[in-house]
Write a protein that binds this ligand. Structure first.
Ligand code: PSV
Ligand code: MN
Length: 410
């Protein structure tokens, strides 16, 4: 390694891990195969419910958002795809868009319809009492499926803001039926080889009830739709103290965990940097994923996506930091001695069970990740590399004023 101290630390770590019976080569190879999708909406201006604070250099249209995503990929080596949100990322020419993404070294990932911002959706989309609004939402879904075909995306990622604010405002069962009907139609039009991911969120913007509030409801809908429908877990969408890793394990076991929206939260959908508040939770989630990967009876194809909109931090740095935190959690989870854990569980040795987890969690994986990054041809410290690259200064200088026709949060 370029840095001698890091090389020495790596050697010490390899010795320790080998002594613990861990196949370090295998772990490094797995780390290098990890892929994390970044969201186009994480690069543009976004706001709190109170104000959009424009950030100097924030991407103003999809071309700039793609360029930023490509920069994050160059720095980290593990973010080759970008999720898009329609209509924020709508363009005239999708062939040109695909070409542009390819030339930047990235590709379009999940397509996210937006049935929560148009005025017509004020009272909901698929659960709207007016058939014409439900029809409008459906047409938008079809438009997104067309876009999937044009950009060769295999994931339609759905989140609905539908819900009510007051008792009696809506009929729960009727709304459920409308949802089932709308989703069935969308499901029937999914492109070959594509799948539909259904996100849930327990509150907001509906404060009395939300039509898809939890993983159980999302799972129920997926079961009714068919095997191309899977549940998406957004880490900010649960009540406090929810055991998310348990949900992960259950959905994995049922073959219906489709993907993640990574972020972290103190209270609810705070969109904070993944791992900034509760890094042990991310580790516990990855521990379930690693265990399932090693279990041949589990079929899994998980889309690891980030859903964060940073306001206080510089956006690209925050995205890179997120990716690094996810890699750290994954690396630590790969160090869990599953056999020792099972043995401790069988002998009712709860203290030992926890010690097995702690041994992995407390390992400093920095030298391991540095080595893997170096082998991938990226800097062992992607944030430092970004700061040295001059990219931030360049975008601040170049991105002055608004762009015609560009849509986004801001
Ligand atoms: C909603 O809170 C959400 O998590 C959904 O994934 C949206 O598509 C995304 O945020 C962006 O607003
Ligand atoms: Mn989300």
């Amino acid at each position: 390694m370029a840095n001698k101290t890091m090389e020495a630390a790596y050697r010490v770590l390899v010795d320790q891990l080998t002594e613990r019976g861990i196949d370090v080569e295998k772990v490094r190879a797995r780390l290098k195969r990890q892929q994390i999708e970044t969201p186009s909406w994480g690069y543009g201006n976004s706001g709190t419910r109170f104000k959009v604070f424009r950030e100097p250099g924030a991407a103003r249209d999809l071309r700039e958002r793609l360029a930023d995503a490509a920069c994050v990929h160059r720095m980290t080596g593990v973010c080759p795809s970008v999720a898009i949100h329609i209509p924020w990322d709508k363009v005239e020419d999708y062939d040109a868009l695909t070409g542009e993404a390819t030339s930047l070294g990235v590709r379009i990932g999940a397509v996210n319809p937006n049935v929560f911002q148009d005025y017509e959706y004020k009272m909901g989309s698929f659960a709207n009492a007016r058939p014409e609004v439900r029809g409008q939402a459906l047409e938008h879904m079809y438009e997104c499926i067309d876009i999937m075909n044009r950009v060769d995306s295999k994931i339609l990622s759905l989140w609905f803001a539908d819900g009510t604010n007051y008792p009696g405002q809506g009929d729960f069962r009727r709304r459920k039926h409308w949802f089932e009907e709308g989703l069935q139609k969308v499901y029937g039009r999914l492109p070959d080889g594509a799948r539909m991911l259904i996100e849930y969120k327990f509150f907001e913007p509906g404060f009395y009830h939300t039509d898809i509030p939890d993983w159980g409801t999302a799972y129920l809908l997926c079961r009714k739709l068919g095997e191309k429908a899977e549940v998406l877990i957004d880490l900010g969408h649960h009540p406090l103290s929810t055991n998310v890793e348990h949900i992960v394990a259950t959905l994995l076991d049922e073959g219906r965990l489709g993907g993640f929206h990574f972020n972290d939260r103190k209270y609810a959908d705070d969109d904070l940097t993944t791992g900034s508040i509760n890094p042990y939770e991310i580790f516990r989630i990855f521990k379930e994923l690693v265990a399932a990967e090693e279990d041949p009876s589990v079929q899994m194809d998980i889309a690891y996506m980030i859903d964060q909109s940073h306001i206080i931090k510089r956006k690209l740095e925050a995205m890179i930091q997120t990716v690094m935190n996810i890699q750290t959690a994954f690396a630590k989870a790969l160090l869990v001695d599953q056999k020792a854990l099972e043995a401790a569980q069988s002998s009712y040795d709860t203290v030992e069970c926890e010690r097995v987890l702690q041994a992995a969690y407390q390992t400093d994986v920095t030298p391991l990740l540095a080595k893997a990054r170096e082998e991938m041809g990226v800097d062992p410290d992607p944030i430092a590399a970004y700061r040295k690259s001059g990219y931030q200064e360049k975008i601040v200088k170049e991105r002055q004023g608004e762009l015609k026709g560009a849509a986004s949060w801001g």
